[in-house]
Design a protein around this ligand. Structure first.
Ligand code: PMP
Length: 750
């Protein structure tokens, strides 16, 4: 090779040393006239045109800026080496250390911003037709080309995180591309291409990614690599941004899009790493940034777009984004909305966006969502959003037409149940499901009464209120209807029988059966949640349902399990809460998580019950089971499977309870920690007694809110902290909650 190069370029005493390269082979070439960089590429006609254009740009840059960029020495050549046709080119060698090898500081990064802005200013006057025709994965405007690599990302949660940022790119960046400044940019200002001398950026190499793209991408890419290995990325972005802006003024829209563009670069990086890992695992250079890119993507999610934009604006000396006052939003709401619709927290939150387990308010504060169980697989989950978007754009109609989405979803949902539960009705809420379930029970049993659980809640329709002790027993409630029989909550913490084994469950059940007997009523149904949410996350004592269900059936009634809160894998080990009790209900009510926030409910029942109901008039719900709802709900089931979220809920939930149990040992105000999977209750008491402590519960809820953690309180005394987060909640998220709880408990005046 050395001899061939000597002949080709007219050099003597050539010595080659191989350097790392992304996808072409580079050498440090030493000869008697000095040190050069030799770049070699397998011959390809299109590549040749691109390399020629790159040389052209480098000549252009060298005219006025000697020694800052590699300069082509002689024209490029085509050689045959070991039967392979290669393009070879010689470039000047630039001195300096790489940015990735030196200790970074704000002054150095300021010089990076200035250097890039100067370069971009010069490139504004450069033109060449060839790179404009190039459409490839590393040009951010063509981010979607990387979608083909998504399947190479092995972990489903990570794959869907990338999908989320790709979706945000499509929503936020793509519509703006026609309005953005386009220019030639270096397009790869990473720490291995930036040269530093005496704490200043003095050079930039590798123009192989030269692109005619959005001007702002230059900065987005540089910021990505400046930030991705830093604990606090925003702090390090500041000097780069402000120095760039002094030299080349940025536009508001460009700064707005930086969040999404930086995420897009990280997505490009992890997609290509995943692809390389699968197909060319020995190319370590291509994998060098992967770990940091994942860390930064997750950090980016936790920060959210508004906080990042405001931080960038502040770096430029701009005011934060205009925001509404919470008070005026509150006032406006109650001008048209009844005050009966309460708002969470003493200090309400004006929400603007949400992603997975985070919610962002208008100011850009990012809240860790330890509370909302409706966005079951994560807020704005891309697969769910895309399923809805796609189906909405195609067909949305009612069940009086045939469309496959209904049967597809019904089959997939029923496959999650034992064979006896083989029919399903779709409605639009948990309340509508409860209401329908009661109608089914009446139609089947012909009995007139209903047995309900104390403190239970099943919805807001008239029938649902009748069966919800949480509402009818409220001091402002309507009271208990004559046809209702209410039984005590089989609560092993606060109730009559405290032994946490099946014995207690049996005793509670026997008392309920006695109560039924002496009531003189024959019930059409018994309804309960397996863990009573509004009762304060109280799991029914084990053995209770096993003993009670046969008694209900013996007198002609049916057994209804309300799985609106507990269903769809939230409890970890059991996909449905009733499974933990070794029973099979006759009717199951579904809602909340079923479609991740899209309004949907369902009633699943036996063939016999459905047959009796079919003797009455037609059942029709205008929206129930429409193709959009079915497509979204199907996406939820697919994500649960793909991301193994029930298994994840089991692991993270067990860890959560373990950490809370540790806390309980130190803080006797924690009376009980209970629940299953990611459905957890923390009962607060006056230490040394069983007396509920709603004051402490309310204090913790509001203080956690100030510390940007969302959690709620419930239970008959409002003394139970309730955590039922999206199932993508992680053990790190748990640590954050427990750490803050501990600090609050430590400083709480006793
Ligand atoms: N059942 C249970 C157990 C619930 O928690 C709820 C809602 N909190 C409902 C039914 C009613 O659902 P929706 O609000 O969708 O009508």
């Amino acid at each position: 090779m050395e001899n061939l190069l000597e002949q080709t370029f007219g050099l003597s005493k050539v010595v080659l040393k191989k350097l790392t390269g992304y996808d072409n082979v580079n050498y440090l070439l030493t000869c008697d006239s000095g040190r050069f960089i030799l770049k070699t590429y397998p011959y390809d006609k299109e590549l040749l045109a691109l390399v020629e254009a790159e040389n052209n740009a480098l000549h252009f840059l060298a005219q006025n800026n000697p020694n800052q960029f590699p300069e082509p020495i002689k024209e490029l050549r085509i050689i045959i080496w070991e039967n392979e046709k290669l393009i070879v080119r010689l470039l000047t060698f630039l001195p300096g250390e790489f940015l990735g090898q030196v200790e970074q500081n704000h002054e150095l990064l300021g010089s990076l911003g200035q250097f890039l802005a100067k370069l971009d200013n010069i490139l504004l006057t450069f033109d060449h037709p060839i790179p404009k025709t190039r459409r490839w994965e590393w040009d951010l405007q063509y981010l979607s080309l990387n979608k083909k690599y998504l399947s190479d990302i092995s972990l489903a949660t990570e794959r869907n995180l990338v999908r989320y940022f790709m979706l945000q790119f499509e929503e936020n960046v793509v519509p703006q591309i026609p309005n953005l400044r386009m220019a030639y940019i270096h397009n790869d200002a990473n720490e291995s291409n930036i040269l530093v001398t005496h704490n200043r950026v003095t050079g930039l190499i590798d123009f192989g990614d030269l692109a005619y793209s959005m001007l702002i991408n230059e900065l987005a890419i540089a910021l990505t690599y400046v930030c991705y290995d830093k604990e606090n990325p925003l702090e390090w972005a500041e000097p780069v941004l402000s120095a760039y802006h002094k030299e080349l003024e940025l536009l508001e829209i460009e700064v707005k899009l930086l969040y999404y563009l930086i995420a897009a670069r990280l997505c490009t990086s992890v997609c290509n790493s995943a692809h390389t890992k699968k197909h060319n695992p020995h190319n370590l250079h291509a994998l060098s940034s992967e770990k940091m890119a994942w860390i930064m993507l997750k950090k980016w999610l936790a920060l959210g777009p508004i906080a990042v934009e405001n931080s960038f604006r502040s770096a430029l000396g701009w005011k934060p984004l205009a925001q509404q006052q919470v008070d005026s939003a509150l006032q406006r709401r109650y001008q048209s909305i009844s005050p009966l619709l309460s708002v969470s927290y003493d200090d309400p939150i004006l929400m603007e966006g949400a992603a997975f387990q985070y919610m962002y308010d208008q100011q850009g504060t990012s809240f860790l969502d330890a509370y909302n169980n409706i966005p079951h697989v994560g807020h704005s989950h891309p697969k769910v959003v895309e399923a809805g978007q796609r189906q909405l754009a195609k067909l949305n109609t009612n069940t009086r037409y045939l469309y496959n989405q209904l049967a597809d979803y019904a089959e997939k949902l029923l496959a999650k149940f034992p064979p006896s539960l083989s029919k399903v009705y779709f409605v639009n809420s948990g309340s509508a499901a409860s209401d329908l379930a009661i109608r089914l029970a009446f139609a089947y049993s012909k009995n007139q009464a209903l047995m309900v659980m104390d403190h239970g809640y099943h919805g807001h329709t008239r029938a649902a209120i009748d069966i919800s002790a949480y509402k009818f027993n409220h001091k402002k409630g309507q009271g208990q209807q004559d046809y209702i029989l209410k039984v005590p909550l089989p609560d092993t913490y606060r109730g009559k029988y405290k032994t946490p084994n099946e014995q207690a469950g049996k005793l509670y059940a026997q008392e309920a059966i006695e109560q039924l007997k002496y009531s003189g009523k024959t019930v059409a149904a018994f309804i309960s949640e397996p863990i009573v949410g509004c009762g304060g996350q109280v799991p029914l004592a084990l053995g209770y349902l096993q003993e009670l269900y046969p008694a209900i059936r013996n007198q002609g009634g049916v057994c209804i399990s309300d799985e609106v809160q507990t269903g769809f894998g939230r409890l970890g080990e059991h996909f449905w809460g009733y499974e933990a009790h070794n029973v099979v209900p006759d009717i199951v009510i579904l809602g909340k998580p079923i479609a991740n926030g899209h309004p949907m409910g369902a009633v699943v029942c036996t063939e016999e019950i459905a047959a009796c109901f079919a003797e009455g008039p037609e059942f029709f719900s205008s929206f129930g089971g429409n193709p959009v709802s079915c497509a979204i709900a199907q996406a939820v089931l697919e994500v649960l499977e793909e991301e193994k979220l029930p298994e994840h809920a089991q692991i993270v939930g067990a860890y959560f309870q373990k950490q809370l149990n540790e806390l309980q040992k130190q803080y006797p105000a924690i009376g009980d920690v209970r629940g299953a999977g990611l459905f957890i209750g923390i009962e607060l008491i006056i230490p040394g007694t069983l007396d509920p402590n709603p004051k402490l519960a309310n204090y913790l809820k509001n203080e956690l809110r100030k510390r940007h953690i969302l959690i709620s309180t419930d239970g008959p005394f409002d003394s139970v902290l309730k955590s039922k987060p999206p199932l993508c909640f992680t053990t790190e998220n748990v640590d954050q909650v427990v750490r803050e709880l501990e600090l609050l408990l430590k400083n709480y005046p006793t």
